[in-house]
Design a protein around this ligand. Structure first.
Ligand SMILES: C[S@@+](CC[C@H](N)C(=O)[O-])C[C@H]1O[C@@H](n2cnc3c(N)ncnc32)[C@H](O)[C@@H]1O
Length: 228
C-alpha cells in the first residue's frame, strides 16, 4: 500500500492516510453537527466495553487548575475532572456543544464553552494549567497545527493530556486498519485510524513524559509538556 507525507515540511514519518483529500474543517463540522444527537450511542461500545471511560478516568485525574478541553465533543471528559475545576471547552461543532451545555447543566458544572477551531485557538499564550484533548488528532485536518496550538496556550510548565487511538502494535490488527482505512475514514467523519499519534505529538514539539498503550496497542494515554 502507498504512503504519502501528510504534513509537508514537518519531520514526522509519512502517515498512512486515505489518498483522498483530507476533509476540510467545514466538512468535519457538518458531519459532527449531523451525528451530534447520536454521538454518545455511537461511542458507547468504545467507551464502556473497550475501556475508553476507564482510560479517561485514569489520565484526566491528573488535570488540575485552569483546564482547557480541546474538541470536547459532548463533554464526556467532564465527569473525570476534579470537582470545582475551572473548565473551558471548545469544539468545532455547535450541535455537539449544545449537548455539552445540557450535560454540564445536569452535572451542575460551570464550564465556559465556545465554538472554536483547534488549529486557531483564541486564547493568549500560557492561559491554561492543563490542556486536554481526547480522540481528536485522528480527525483534525492538520493535527500538528492543533497540537502546536495546545502547546502555545498551555503554561510552559503545565501539562498536556492526550488520549488518542492509532495504528495498532499488533501486526494483524494494523493490517486490518490499513486495509479498511478508507472505509473507516468515510464512515467516521474523516477519522484516520492508522496514523501514529506519538509521531505527530513529537513533530509538534511537545515532550512526551509518559505513554501507556492499551487495547492491542491501539490506544495511547499520553502525558506531555509544552517544553520540547
Ligand atoms: C471523535 S470526537 C471526540 C470528542 C471528545 N473529545 C470525546 O472524547 O468524546 C472528535 C471531536 O472533534 C471535533 N473537531 C474536529 N475537528 C475539530 C477542529 N478543527 N477544532 C475543534 N474541534 C474539532 C469534532 O466536532 C468532534 O466533536
Amino acid at each position: 500500500m502507498k504512503t504519502i507525507t501528510a504534513y509537508e515540511g514537518k519531520t514526522c514519518k509519512p502517515q498512512r492516510i486515505p489518498l483522498s483529500a483530507k476533509m476540510a474543517a467545514d466538512q468535519i463540522q457538518k458531519a459532527y453537527d449531523e451525528i451530534a444527537s447520536q454521538y454518545e450511542k455511537k461511542v458507547w461500545f468504545d467507551h464502556y466495553i473497550l475501556g475508553v471511560a476507564r482510560m479517561k478516568k485514569k489520565l484526566l485525574s491528573k488535570a488540575s487548575g485552569k483546564i482547557l478541553d480541546v474538541a470536547c465533543g459532548t463533554g464526556q471528559n467532564f465527569p473525570f475532572f476534579a470537582p470545582n475545576s475551572e473548565i473551558t471547552a471548545v469544539d468545532l461543532s455547535p450541535n455537539m456543544l449544545e449537548i455539552v451545555r445540557g450535560n454540564a447543566n445536569r452535572q451542575r458544572l460551570n464550564v465556559n464553552l465556545a465554538v472554536m477551531d483547534a488549529e486557531k485557538l483564541d486564547f493568549t499564550d500560557g492561559s491554561f494549567d492543563t490542556v486536554v484533548s481526547t480522540l481528536s488528532t485522528c480527525t483534525f485536518p492538520n493535527p500538528i497545527k492543533a497540537l502546536q496550538e495546545m502547546k502555545r496556550v498551555c503554561r510552559p510548565d503545565g501539562l498536556i493530556l492526550l488520549l488518542e487511538h492509532g495504528h495498532s502494535s499488533v501486526p494483524w490488527l494494523a493490517n486490518y486498519q490499513d486495509r479498511h482505512e478508507y472505509q473507516h475514514y468515510e464512515d467516521n467523519a474523516g477519522c484516520r485510524w492508522n496514523q501514529d499519534p506519538l509521531d505527530l505529538i513529537r513533530a509538534a514539539g511537545l515532550r512526551v513524559t509518559k505513554n501507556k498503550r492499551s487495547v492491542l496497542g491501539m490506544f495511547h494515554s499520553i502525558e506531555a509538556t509544552p517544553s520540547g
